[in-house]
Design a protein. Structure first.
Length: 691
């Protein structure tokens, strides 16, 4: 904390907790009012090298979220039917005693019938999974495969580069060609966009690869509007042209890669004419991008997670990740490909999450992306669900099945939350959790090379408790006497990172005082300039024996969408739908902040004028989007920002805040990707009609 000029004010160093690669360093101004500390301002830290004093529109409104009039401040117990959202106030002792008793009865039969469900409501290592994992490991509950966002791309990078790493965010300012592939950086990676803008002012060329003309694509020099799920074909087409023309860094390939001949054979199957047909683009788009990718140096690709949310998402990421090694762009700190940097800061999972508490047991694993089907048919059945840091009724695919599962009267459900979300309405107990301004935490990033501390700026409001404390109290009531359940949040934060490698010098006491610290990596950071890929071979693996051993294709290939644009399904549902993040929301977070919801307006569907005319749809009309899985309604926006054959439903709205009580996940599929067991949100065919 630092004193300010204003009387009785102080500044607290904090970190943005949300699922965003920017992981901003924040400064919270606190004032004492009536004997209690009140947060009066949240700002970006101007000294942090990537935040640079700027917060996104969403997080700049964080005080509206913390002090929201509908904030949950007392434990609640259900008194109505599931889904009605009718509760009565109860005490913490009453709630925790009953929850522990119910869990003990279920665990006495089989603890695997108890399932945790969480994701990235906070990215903090303490309030995320530290104490929660200890609790569920000790209990012997089912494990959760946390696949809903990034596992297809993460496993693809592991089998290609060996690590989730890439160029530093700051180095994009030095690139001369930047390919923004499947990313609307203005909405979801604002601080990277500032470096991209700097590069543009210095003469860099910007190219967007995206099925629709997003805010980011609007500001690029060129936009390649490919069909959803065809990114792998485009990447292999680029490889084809590079190899055909001899635009290859032969020295880099010979010294630092494995399997070039196999990749060349695969790329030969993807001449530009075929790629153009598959992707719905021009042959010249493929030829020109390949030409620029070789001749403009250094070239950086910012790859994002949307493009891996289709059947072939893993193979697509692998194919794109091979391109910098073919062309030698890894040699430069401003070259290469960045999907995630999260592998650089290694978490000490053994100390933090304590898998040893399983005591040799191997519980089953439930995939969070198929929770609707698992609630209906898992064996043994799921009898209790503890939800924290997630809102599955709104965000999980095949939402009708998810809601039906949560509506089971025999399912005991506990939700830790800030608000009465769509999921909280189905809970037997809703427990009030603290926000980022009210607890300790420590953060890594998946977009930059800094770790951050979060110091509590104010006391918890009402009766809210940190996630960690809720699980501590539950552990005590369950009779878990191991000393690790008594460790404080600061002790947990001090255990978070490995004590060697890039996190060797991270010290919690120093970190919480300074707010942030750069990882122990060279500056400038060119992770693979001289090879050094942490794969089994030590090379960039165009051919992965590890994938072959799993029975998967060892060479990147093109896997068509599950719901490809031909055959009887396409005849019934001729439009491909994607549901990328709305600019003013972050997944389902911030949807209930009125100023942000007012800025977003209402749920809308972007539809191309030709597709609208064929259906008699006019701009602003209510339309119905439907397929065999479900339907939802929203307002049509007739615009050529959506390419023909593709509609865009910016998401994710809380169902209860939509006019028809539904959102885009009514029609998305719970089918999984080619690797990583991840969902295929953007592999979705629909029809649209006037409502």
């Amino acid at each position: 904390m630092e004193a300010t000029a204003a009387a009785r004010e102080e500044i607290v160093r904090a970190a943005c907790p949300h699922d965003c690669p920017d992981t901003c360093a924040m400064l919270v101004t606190v004032r004492e009012e009536g004997g209690r500390k009140v947060a009066v301002k949240v700002a970006g830290d101007p000294e942090h090298p990537t935040t640079r004093g700027v917060l996104c529109t969403k997080v700049s409104r964080y005080l509206e979220r913390t002090y929201h009039p509908e904030r949950l401040l007392q434990p609640l117990k259900r008194v109505g039917r599931k889904g009605e959202g009718r509760f009565e106030r109860v005490s913490w002792d009453s709630a925790l005693d009953d929850i522990a008793a119910r869990l003990q009865r279920i665990a006495a039969v089989d603890p695997q019938r108890i399932v945790p469900y969480s994701y990235a409501g906070t990215m903090g290592l303490v309030q995320g999974e530290a104490m929660a994992s200890r609790f569920f490991h000790r209990l012997g509950a089912s494990l959760l495969d946390r696949t809903i966002c990034a596992t297809a791309g993460g496993e693809a990078l592991a089998h290609t580069l060996g690590i989730r790493s890439g160029p530093a965010m700051e180095s994009f300012a030095e690139a001369k060609l930047i390919v923004l592939w499947g990313t609307n950086a203005i909405a979801s990676n604002l601080h990277l966009w500032s470096f991209v803008q700097q590069a543009k002012r210095n003469g860099a060329k910007l190219i967007a690869v995206d099925p629709y003309r997003s805010d980011t694509a609007e500001k690029c020099h060129r936009h390649i509007a490919l069909l959803p799920g065809t990114d792998g074909a485009l990447a292999l087409g680029l490889a084809h042209v590079l190899i055909r023309e001899g635009w290859l860094d032969h020295d880099y390939i010979d010294r630092y890669t494995l399997g070039f001949e196999a990749l060349a054979q695969r790329a030969a199957e993807f001449p530009p004419a075929r790629v153009a047909r598959l992707c719905g683009i021009g042959v010249e788009d493929v030829e020109q991008l390949a030409h620029e990718y070789w001749h403009i140096r250094p070239a950086a690709i910012r790859l994002n997670y949307g493009m891996q949310r289709c059947a072939g998402g893993g193979n697509a990421v692998r194919a794109v990740a091979c391109l910098p090694a073919l062309a030698g762009h890894w040699r430069d700190a401003a070259g290469g490909v960045l999907l995630s940097s999260s592998g650089v800061a290694e978490v000490d999972g053994a100390r933090l999450y304590r898998p040893d508490l399983l005591g040799g047991r191997t519980p089953r694993t439930i995939n969070m992306s198929t929770i609707g089907a698992d609630l209906a048919a898992a064996s043994p059945p799921i009898e209790a669900l503890i939800v924290y840091d997630s809102n599955p009724v709104a965000v999980a695919p095949d939402s009708r099945a998810v809601a039906a599962g949560f509506a089971r009267e025999d399912l005991f459900t506990v939700v830790l939350e800030h608000f009465r979300t769509d999921t909280a309405d189905y809970a037997d107990y809703v427990l009030p959790a603290t926000t980022q301004l009210e607890h300790f935490d420590v953060h890594k990033s998946y977009g930059h090379l800094y770790v951050l501390a979060n110091n509590p700026a104010i006391e918890p409001l009402g009766e809210a408790l940190p996630n960690s404390e809720i699980f501590r109290r539950l552990a005590a009531r369950m009779g878990f006497a191991e000393p690790c359940f008594a460790e404080t949040d600061e002790q947990l934060a001090a255990q978070a990172f490995m004590r060697d490698g890039a996190t060797a010098s991270i010290d919690w006491q120093t970190l919480k005082r300074t707010g942030w610290q750069r990882l122990d990596v060279p500056q400038p950071y060119a992770p693979f300039a001289d090879g050094g890929f942490p794969t089994p071979s030590g090379r960039c693996e165009f051919h992965s024996q590890a994938l072959a051993d799993l029975g998967l294709d060892p060479v990147p290939g093109y896997v068509p969408p599950h719901e490809a644009g031909d055959g009887p399904l396409a005849a019934r549902y001729p439009l491909a739908m994607i549901s990328p993040p709305a600019r003013n929301f972050l997944n389902s977070t911030f949807v209930n902040v009125k100023s942000l919801r007012d800025a977003e307006g209402e749920p809308t569907l972007q539809i191309h004028p030709a597709d609208a005319a064929a259906r008699g749809i006019h701009d602003g009309e209510r339309v119905r989007v439907f397929n065999d899985r479900g339907r939802f309604e929203l307002a049509a926006r007739v615009t050529d920002r959506a390419r023909p054959g593709v509609v865009v439903a910016l998401s994710i709205w809380w169902k209860k805040l939509a006019a028809d009580g539904r959102n885009a996940n009514e029609v998305t599929s719970a089918r999984l990707t080619d690797m990583g067991r991840a969902p295929t949100f953007y592999d979705c065919r629909v029809e649209v009609a006037r409502a």
